[in-house]
Design a protein around this ligand. Structure first.
Ligand code: B12
Length: 369
């Protein structure tokens, strides 16, 4: 390894990155047909930004013709073992491990920029631009081209030592670097655990992820109603999902024990969060992306999935007091899942709600009770 790479790699390690790789910024033509087909089949669901600027995604040099290489970085985060609490009895939701603590967009970007600063100091006059989930960039393609891991069947970049619990960051630069060592071999083999154990069947053979079926998509990116047939399959996930990472054998040694706490917040308290409380609690967290209305919609669904009669009171109260129809309509669905006379009474009141979607959900829920 030449001195520049070596120094930059140490600088990245100092910033907490465990994976560092280099690649030429050659246009990504190999998977263009795959991506266009994925979009045409609606793989991106409502994430229309993914269909924008495909030419920039395939060739970052169109962003800036000076770019010649990419430095790909992997920043680890702690996988969380599922606490051994009965989430139905205790009425606890579950938040994806990546969203605990400070928003990674801020943390990782700052650290990646610091690595870019080192590069510009070592090569005066050079240019760098850093991405962490923030631009028209196929981050996993560059990670794979930079050989920091392989593109797994769960569509994550996997590394033998670090599993898949790491974020990706890229530094595009006009400094010339060749690709790191040998291509990273695929180690998924015949394993299909992620495909078979995804509760919604969001992953298909051939590295295909159908976003509209992904729990992560539904709980974070979907701004509207969650399709009814998917709701029971969401279990207690209220922001993101870790299943296709948790079940991966390459992550076996990474889960640390963790108490319920932030990982599994109590659902009744979450359903009662005001806009101000939501802001205070999640302002530095990635969870703010779902906004209060999205998060509390998910909380209502998870409360329904507990099938716990103790969830009736908070759900009935939400239908009375909540101003957001999206949350009230999902609370009505949840009451239908739990059933019983108190739930029915609340649903009968909801038949007179001022919002049609809420009335429709209440009527549908009463039909099954
Ligand atoms: C949109 C998005 C999502 C969507 C769609 C997910 C998806 N699989 O595409 C949703 C909301 C569902 C999502 C969920 C999650 N995401 Co996300 N997401 C993104 C985002 C912003 C864009 C991804 C994208 O362009 N998707 C479209 C697909 C088609 O693109 P792609 O797979 O990268 O594209 C190429 C490959 O498919 C390739 N290809 C096809 N076949 C093959 C075969 C081989 C061998 C190779 C090498 C390539 C290849 O061709 C495509 C075109 O070139 C990226 C950040 C970024 N800008 O890249 C983060 C990112 C992928 N997400 C990330 C994370 C952490 C998650 C979650 C784990 C969060 C959570 N716990 O809930 C889940 C995991 C779900 C999953 N299995 O993907 C990390 C992944 C880190 C890693 N180690 O791989 C990223 C990179 C963010 C980051 N900076 O760290 N995400």
């Amino acid at each position: 390894m030449d001195l520049l790479r070596e120094t930059l790699t140490s600088a990245a390690h100092e910033q907490g990155f465990v994976l560092v790789g280099f690649a030429r910024l050659n246009p990504l033509s190999e998977h263009e047909a795959f991506y266009r087909r994925w979009l045409a089949d609606g793989g991106n669901a409502s994430m229309t930004y993914l269909a924008k600027d495909p030419e920039l995604r395939f060739d970052p040099r169109r962003l800036d013709a000076r770019y010649k290489s990419v430095v790909s970085l992997g920043y680890p985060y702690a996988a969380r073992a599922t606490p051994t609490v009965d989430w139905r009895a205790e009425m606890r939701g579950r938040i994806a491990a990546y969203a605990l603590g400070r928003d990674y967009h801020d943390v990782v970007k700052k650290r990646a920029r610091a690595v870019g600063d080192v590069l510009r100091r070592l090569r005066p006059g050079s240019t760098t631009r850093t991405y962490v989930d923030t631009g028209p960039v196929f981050e996993r393609e560059w990670a794979s081209a930079s050989r920091i891991g392989w593109f797994g069947k769960n569509t994550m970049i996997l590394n033998r030592e670090h599993g898949s619990y790491f974020f990706l960051a890229e530094i595009f630069t006009d400094v010339e670097f060749d690709a790191t060592a040998e291509p990273y071999r695929d180690h998924c083999g015949t394993c299909r655990r992620c495909l078979d154990l995804c509760p919604t069947g969001a992953l298909a053979d051939g590295y295909v992820m159908r976003s509209e079926l992904c729990i992560s998509y539904q709980t974070i990116e979907n701004r509207g109603a969650i399709p009814r047939d998917l709701r029971p399959k969401l279990g207690n996930w209220i922001f993101g999902c870790d299943i296709c990472n948790d079940v991966c054998p390459w992550n076996d040694d990474h889960a640390s024990d963790h108490s319920a706490g932030d990982l599994m917040p109590r659902l009744p308290e979450m359903l009662a969060l005001s806009e101000e409380e939501f802001g205070r609690r999640f302002t530095v967290s990635a969870v703010k992306r779902a906004k209060r209305r999205g998060l509390l919609r998910n909380v209502a669904v998870a409360l329904g999935n507990t099938r716990n009669p103790d969830a009736v009171a908070p759900l009935a109260h939400s239908i009375e007091a909540e101003t957001e129809p999206l949350i009230r309509s999902h609370a009505a669905w949840a009451l239908g899942e739990i059933g019983g006379s108190a739930a029915r009474r609340a649903l009968e009141r909801a038949l007179h709600d001022r919002d049609t979607a809420v009335r429709r959900e209440a009527a549908a829920a009463l039909e099954t009770n």
